[in-house]
Design a binder for this molecule. Structure first.
Ligand code: HEM
Ligand code: HEM
Length: 314
């Protein structure tokens, strides 16, 4: 397996862990535990206790991701001469630089809603990009059972619609969280006793829109899986689509639990992780809808070079 592909796989898993940790930072009210940035109490290795543990751990794990993704990007230039792969990897590095800056700004300016929401949004954009790179650099791409054109069409159109909808829903979720609208509707399934609450209050409106978009996203994910099952998609595609249905249902349950537990740390942190996992799965499905372009041939060991890749890439 080529090194850059391996690096992208690990980056995706690492990012999921980092997103979960970021959510714990907020949920445990540790966001301002380190008053300075990039150091924490003037040190890169502060006493790891209380809120500092979560906040500084998040920073250290973020540093690890930058190193890891940096190595994968460098390897892309060695092993893969497709222009889109190299460009996407460099864009990913730029996103990480902006993301670290947003993380710093949110601390320095005491958690402005816009910066905190942008921090979550860019994390999800980076995750989707790293996922596309993972699928695009897979040595198995184009060499496994072909996906019939009808299923490919569903993946391209409905897979992309579902992924974009889940991303939009996540940005709305971050707004719910950072504008403190999480308990604006304390009851469920109604909102302050109404099926359609008064929308003149912006907190109630944001919370209500998040619920409605959640239902819509769930229906689209179920519709995607049904369309794929009907169109004779290979088993690996059907399995992932059914997995996404399981995750979206779990995600709705975690959303409900977030409200009924008055935003307890575990359900809200798992709710962020569930959204990220769902976006990853849908991004894989959408990317499988693209025309198959075999990844460059490389030998399996770490001494892979670009040479054999040149003929296959294009
Ligand atoms: C060294 C760089 C970074 C710093 C200083 C930093 C700092 C922070 C802080 C202070 C929070 C809590 C924000 C709040 O309560 O509003 C947070 C949350 C978060 N961070 Fe980072 N971060 C960094 C890098 C990253 C990276 C590279 C990613 C992902 C690619 C990431 C993903 C997240 C996520 C998803 C949250 C949760 C946001 C939310 O709950 O809406 N962070 N980060
Ligand atoms: C497909 C369905 C859903 C997705 C993808 C989703 C995603 C998200 C995301 C990404 C966040 C922001 C977390 C963060 O900033 O770290 C969030 C927040 C939130 N979501 Fe959802 N959500 C969904 C459905 C629901 C449902 C059905 C409810 C039920 C009422 C709900 C309740 C909440 C609440 C209360 C918050 C704020 C948590 C807080 O303040 O800490 N979500 N959601």
């Amino acid at each position: 397996m080529p090194l850059h592909h391996r690096g992208f796989v690990v980056s995706v898993v690492w990012t999921l862990g980092l997103l979960f940790l970021g959510s714990v930072v907020h949920a445990t009210e540790s966001s301002l535990a380190c008053p300075d940035w990039p150091t924490c109490f003037g040190s890169y290795l502060p006493e790891m206790e209380g809120g500092v543990f979560w906040e500084h751990l998040h920073r250290l794990v973020a540093g690890g991701l930058i190193l890891l993704f940096g190595v994968a990007t460098w390897q892309s230039f060695r092993l893969d001469d497709r222009r889109w792969v190299r460009r996407a990897a460099v864009a990913g590095m730029a996103f990480l630089a902006v993301q670290a800056t947003l993380g710093g700004l949110t601390v320095i300016y005491l958690l402005p809603d816009a910066v905190s929401t942008s921090h979550l949004s860019l994390a999800f954009i980076f995750l989707a990009l790293a996922t596309v790179l993972t699928v695009g650099t897979s040595p198995r791409r184009g060499r496994r059972e072909a996906i019939p054109e009808r299923a490919r069409g569903s993946l391209r159109v409905w897979g992309t619609v579902a992924a974009v909808l889940v991303f939009a829903q996540s940005v709305i979720g971050a707004l719910v969280r950072h504008t403190d609208a999480g308990m604006a509707c304390p009851d469920i399934p109604t909102c302050i006793g109404e099926w359609v609450p008064p929308l003149s209050n912006s907190l109630i409106a944001t919370h209500f829109v998040h619920r409605v978009t959640g239902v819509l996203a769930t229906l689209v994910v179920i519709g995607l899986a049904a369309a794929l099952l009907r169109s004779g998609a290979p088993r690996r595609v059907a399995r992932l689509a059914l997995g996404a249905v399981g995750v979206v249902l779990a995600q709705m349950t975690l959303g409900i639990l977030s409200v009924t537990t008055a935003l307890a740390v575990i359900p809200v942190s798992l709710h962020t992780l569930g959204a990220a996992l769902l976006l990853t799965m849908l991004t894989v499905l959408a990317t499988w809808g693209w025309p198959d372009e075999p990844a460059p041939e490389t030998s399996a060991d770490s001494t892979d070079t670009l040479e054999p890749a040149t003929a296959a890439a294009g």
